[in-house]
Design a protein. Structure first.
Length: 287
């Protein structure tokens, strides 16, 4: 019980102190409102050069003295804010607007071109500068054993596709080797043909479409524009300007076949009219 009484007394004392402070603040505020000190009035007179003071114009207080000073100095009353006429909107000059738009478009185009050149220089340019490593297209590829490759060609009805080299492998007939030695004399593809193997680039020499094998005719037939090549890549029909390009093959003593797929080593296809095997279509065409 005594504790509750002590707490109540403390609360009453605090409430009384707050009341006294609030009353003192209100008294100070009321004394300061509406009356300027002599020092403040003298500073205003010096700054504005006005002759209006609280003594010269009795009854004026605060802002009324400031308004009276403005009237005395300018001869006009203070214009309330917002009383002047609104400024008339004038549309921008179309020529100036067009010039600004052209500048924006020109700078955007130049910026995009610069960005594209930078990306090419950082990413694409080194790819063209540095030679491709072996083991993938653009380098030397190990295809496997010669006997195994020929067996796979025969199992796949005369055609064997090697995606890592982007090439078709076909068997070159032994009976046609004498003609090949004349038609392909001095070319890098001849040694592989003499061993019974041809590596043909999958790309049509007309416009670069991928040429599939047609298992019914036993030819290569381009679905894009109808160019046709026999099984060893010699042109038989269509708009192609020559036979299929081919990769040189190297066959090691143990029978391992290596194909060089670098662009500098690709052998251009034989000219129109080359027909060393005498192979004609063996069935319906696919194109």
């Amino acid at each position: 019980m005594s504790a509750l009484v002590a707490i109540a007394i403390i609360l009453l004392v605090l409430a009384a102190a707050l009341a006294v402070l609030a009353a003192a603040r209100r008294r100070d505020t009321s004394n300061a409102t509406g009356r300027l000190s002599r020092e403040t009035i003298k500073r205003d007179e010096h700054r504005r050069g006005a002759d209006v003071t609280e003594e010269s114009v009795p009854g004026l207080k605060g802002r009324e003295i400031e308004r009276a000073a403005v009237i005395a100095r300018t001869g006009t009353s203070v214009v309330p804010a917002g009383s002047t006429a609104p400024t008339i909107w004038v549309p921008p000059d179309p020529e100036t607007y067009d010039v600004t738009r052209r500048q924006f478009l020109n700078r955007s185009i130049v910026g995009l071109m610069g960005l594209g050149i930078t990306i090419f220089a950082v990413v694409a340019f080194p790819v063209f500068l540095w030679p491709s490593g072996s083991g993938g297209f653009g380098g030397v590829i190990r295809l496997g054993k010669l006997a195994d490759l020929i067996a796979d060609i025969q199992k796949n009805k005369g055609f064997l596709y090697k995606p890592e080299g982007r090439m078709w492998l076909t068997e070159y007939p032994t009976s046609a080797i004498p003609k090949a030695q004349v038609a392909y004399k001095g070319q890098a593809c001849l040694p592989g043909m003499e061993q019974g193997l041809v590596a043909l680039f999958q790309k049509c020499v007309h416009l670069g479409c991928r040429v599939p094998a047609c298992y019914t005719s036993q030819w290569f037939e381009c679905p894009c524009h109808g160019s046709q090549y026999n099984r060893v890549g010699e042109k038989k029909g269509g708009p192609a300007p020559r036979g299929l390009d081919r990769f040189p093959l190297e066959i090691s003593p143990d029978g391992t076949v290596l194909a060089d797929t670098s662009s500098a080593k690709i052998v251009s296809g034989p000219p129109i009219g080359t027909n060393t095997t005498g192979q004609e279509a063996e069935g319906p065409h696919c194109v």
